[in-house]
Design a protein around this ligand. Structure first.
Ligand SMILES: NC(=O)c1ccc[n+]([C@@H]2O[C@H](COP(=O)([O-])OP(=O)(O)OC[C@H]3O[C@@H](n4cnc5c(N)ncnc54)[C@H](O)[C@@H]3O)[C@@H](O)[C@H]2O)c1
Length: 260
């Protein structure tokens, strides 16, 4: 709430792909709390403690996507979020890993955007892609993932350009390391996160809800003149070369760096 205005999705329909777990789930919950009628397109299901309808949908299949959109009807806001990251050194990244990662993170993102934008034409709407800090860097052992997340920016820029005249905005959130099942193992290994978070000015990893607020802002009318933008949600990771946390002046306690 700011100056008497609040972010509202009352009377609007929102679709979140990959919204059963992790970042997508937090997006779906926040959209629902902001008044949207929320449809989660996912291959999995789990009990929800907020109002939303889970539609079984494999976003890597255009038929499955179309069937799910028949259930939701025309969306006003779409979060293209379903994705995966398979950790493999370069020599061990086989065609199977490459193809699976591209199918979900890139091809499905493209097809979801194409299908939903087509339905939004004549009405307008807003699309938010989940990209990554890995859209920009070359984190080791993630060549397929990094290629897809860099590619998502190509989709973002081109779609924002082509869809602007139809009143459709397209933006991305670019999360850093966020605590989800995809990254739980890292969060549970202090030796890993201690070094990782050393390079993050905020000194810690992020929570799904902290990505959701950024994504829902971009999807909302508050971002009415924002399109083609990428919003880093990374605790400042991408703005520094070496990070501010040194053993002489800081300690790593309970999963986060603090000044001594
Ligand atoms: N967790 C992080 O640190 C991080 C950082 C940057 C970007 N991201 C991106 O955020 C997005 C969400 O990741 P997360 O960490 O929440 O992962 P997650 O595994 O917790 O959630 C992914 C969701 O996608 C669903 N999904 C998987 N395959 C699907 C398919 N074929 N069709 C429909 N749904 C499918 C899963 O069932 C799950 O609900 C991904 O695009 C990921 O690349 C995550």
């Amino acid at each position: 709430m700011l100056g008497g205005m609040e972010i509202s999705f009352h009377g609007k329909t929102a679709v979140v792909t990959g919204g059963v777990h992790g970042i997508g789930r937090a997006m779906a919950e926040l959209l629902s709390k902001c008044g949207a009628r929320v449809f989660i397109f996912d291959v999995e299901s789990a009990p929800l403690d907020f109002e939303a309808q889970v539609v079984h949908c494999d976003v890597t299949s255009r038929e499955s996507l179309r069937a799910a959109l028949d259930v939701s009807g025309r969306p006003d806001a779409v979060m293209i979020n379903a994705g995966t990251g398979i950790v493999r050194p370069l020599p061990e990244t086989g065609r199977d890993v490459w193809d699976r990662t591209l199918a979900l993170n890139l091809t499905a993102a493209f097809e979801t955007l194409q299908e939903t934008a087509e339905r939004m034409k004549g009405h307008g709407g807003s699309i938010v892609l989940t990209a990554s800090t890995n859209s920009y860097d070359g984190e080791e052992n993630l060549i397929a993932y990094n290629a897809t997340k860099a590619g998502v920016l190509g989709i973002l820029h081109t779609a924002a350009n082509e869809l602007g005249p139809s009143g459709i905005r397209v933006n991305s959130v670019n999360p850093g390391l966020i605590r989800t099942r995809l990254t739980q193992a890292s969060f549970e290994t202090p030796a890993v996160v201690k070094d990782y978070f050393r390079a993050i000015p905020m000194g810690r990893g992020g929570e799904p809800a902290e990505v959701a607020t950024a994504a829902v802002f971009l999807a909302s009318d508050w971002a009415s003149y924002i399109t083609g933008a990428s919003l880093l949600v990374d605790g400042g990771q991408m703005c520094c070369k070496f990070g501010p946390w040194k053993d002489e002046s800081a300690e790593f306690v309970s999963g986060q760096w603090r000044r001594l």
